[in-house]
Design a protein around this ligand. Structure first.
Ligand code: FPP
Ligand code: MG
Length: 299
C-alpha cells in the first residue's frame, strides 16, 4: 500500500493543525531514506526486511505529507551507487520495487483516489527491462493525478542526471545554437524539469551528506538531518523537520523570492523564450513521452 491508512491520535491531529496554521508548509519535500540496514541489524532482520519496513514508513510519510498540505515529494529509493552492493541485496531491492510498482498497476484505483501522480526520475536504461516496463506503466496510469506529485529517484544520481541532460541536448538539439546553451537549458533538461526545487530535504540516520542527490536543485533548500533510522521515523520526527523549515523560512523567504525573480529574469536574458528553444523543449517532452508509451504498451 503506497498511502497508509494512518490512524491519528487526537494530540497528533492537534499538532498537525498547529503546524498548518503556524507557519509555512514546504510545497516540495525531499527524503533521503537512510539507515534501513542498520535498523535491520539492530532488529536481527535481513537487509531486505529493513528496506521493506522502510517502504512501509514511506507510505506513512506520504499520508502525513498529504494531510499537512505538501504538494510534492521526491524520495531517494535507489542510487546508481547501490548497484555496487552485493548481488543478493541488489536483486532483493529490485524485486521489492517490482512488487511495489506492480501493486500500483493492480490497484490503480487506490492511488487515483488519493490523486497521486508517480514520476520515476533516474536512468531507467540501467534497470532490467521488465522493471522499466512496470515503472512506465505506473507512471502512465497516474499521469492525470494532481493532488500529490511523487517523484521516486530510482537508478538515480545527480551527476548522472546532469550528464543525461547534456546528452539530451546533444541528441535532440540539432537546431540549437551555441548561444542557446546555458544553465537554464541544462536545468530544463533535468528529470525535474517540471518541478520547483525542494523547500526541505530530510535525511535520516545521522549521516550529514547529500550523497549525489538533487545537487542542482538544492541551492535554496533547508536541510534537516536527524539521527533516527528511516524505518523508525515517527510523526513527531517528521513534524520536527517541518518545524525546522518553518524557523528557517522566516529568514529564507525574502531570499527565495529574490532567487525566483532572478530565475524569471534569467529566462528572458538567455533565449529561453525564443521559438527555437521552446520548440526544442516541446521535442524533449514528446520524446520522453514516446519512450514511456512505447515501454508501457510493449509486452
Ligand atoms: C538506504 O538505507 C536505503 C536504500 C538504499 C533503499 C531505500 C528503499 C526503500 C525504502 C524502498 C523503496 C522502494 C520503492 C519502490 C519506492 P541503507 O541501505 O543505506 O542503510 P544503511 O545506511 O543502514 O546501510
Ligand atoms: Mg546508507
Amino acid at each position: 500500500m503506497w498511502i497508509s491508512d494512518y490512524k491519528y491520535k487526537w494530540h497528533e491531529i492537534l499538532a498537525m493543525k498547529i503546524m498548518r496554521s503556524g507557519g509555512y508548509i514546504p510545497r516540495h519535500i525531499a527524503f533521503v531514506m537512510d539507515g534501513n540496514r542498520r535498523y535491520a541489524k539492530s532488529q536481527h532482520l535481513r537487509n531486505i526486511e529493513g528496506h521493506s519496513h522502510g517502504f512501509d514508513k514511506l507510505s506513512k510519510c506520504l499520508r502525513w505529507c498529504l494531510d499537512i498540505g505538501i504538494k510534492e515529494v521526491t524520495t531517494f529509493a535507489f542510487s546508481i551507487e547501490n548497484f555496487k552492493r552485493s548481488e543478493e541485496e541488489v536483486k532483493d531491492l529490485l524485486d521489492l520495487a517490482r512488487e511495489k510498482f506492480l501493486n500500483i498497476i493492480n490497484d490503480e484505483a487506490k492511488l487515483n483516489e488519493h490523486g497521486v501522480r508517480i514520476l520515476v526520475i533516474g536512468n531507467l536504461n540501467l534497470l532490467p527491462e521488465d522493471l522499466q516496463k512496470l515503472i512506465a506503466k505506473a507512471m502512465t496510469i497516474t499521469e492525470h493525478n494532481d493532488k500529490l506529485f511523487l517523484n521516486i529517484a530510482f537508478s538515480y544520481t545527480s551527476r548522472d542526471e546532469m550528464t543525461q541532460s547534456v546528452e539530451t541536448i546533444l541528441k535532440l538539439g540539432d537546431e540549437l545554437q551555441p548561444e542557446d546553451i546555458n544553465e537554464r537549458l541544462i536545468e530544463e533538461c533535468l528529470y525535474t524539469r517540471h518541478s520547483p526545487p525542494p523547500d526541505l530535504l530530510f535525511r535520516t540516520s545521522g549521516e550529514t551528506r547529500i550523497s549525489d542527490f538533487m545537487m542542482w536543485q538544492l541551492s535554496t533548500t533547508v536541510i534537516y538531518f536527524t539521527n533516527i533510522f528511516w524505518p523508525e521515523i515517527t510523526l513527531w520526527n517528521f513534524l520536527s523537520g517541518i518545524f525546522a523549515y518553518q524557523r528557517a523560512s522566516i529568514r529564507l523567504e525574502a531570499f527565495k523570492r529574490q532567487k525566483r525573480l532572478e530565475h524569471a529574469q534569467q529566462a528572458k536574458n538567455c533565449n529561453y523564450y525564443s521559438d527555437r528553444v521552446q520548440l526544442f523543449l516541446r521535442t524533449v517532452d514528446s520524446y520522453r513521452k514516446k519512450v514511456l508509451v512505447s515501454l508501457s504498451t510493449s509486452n
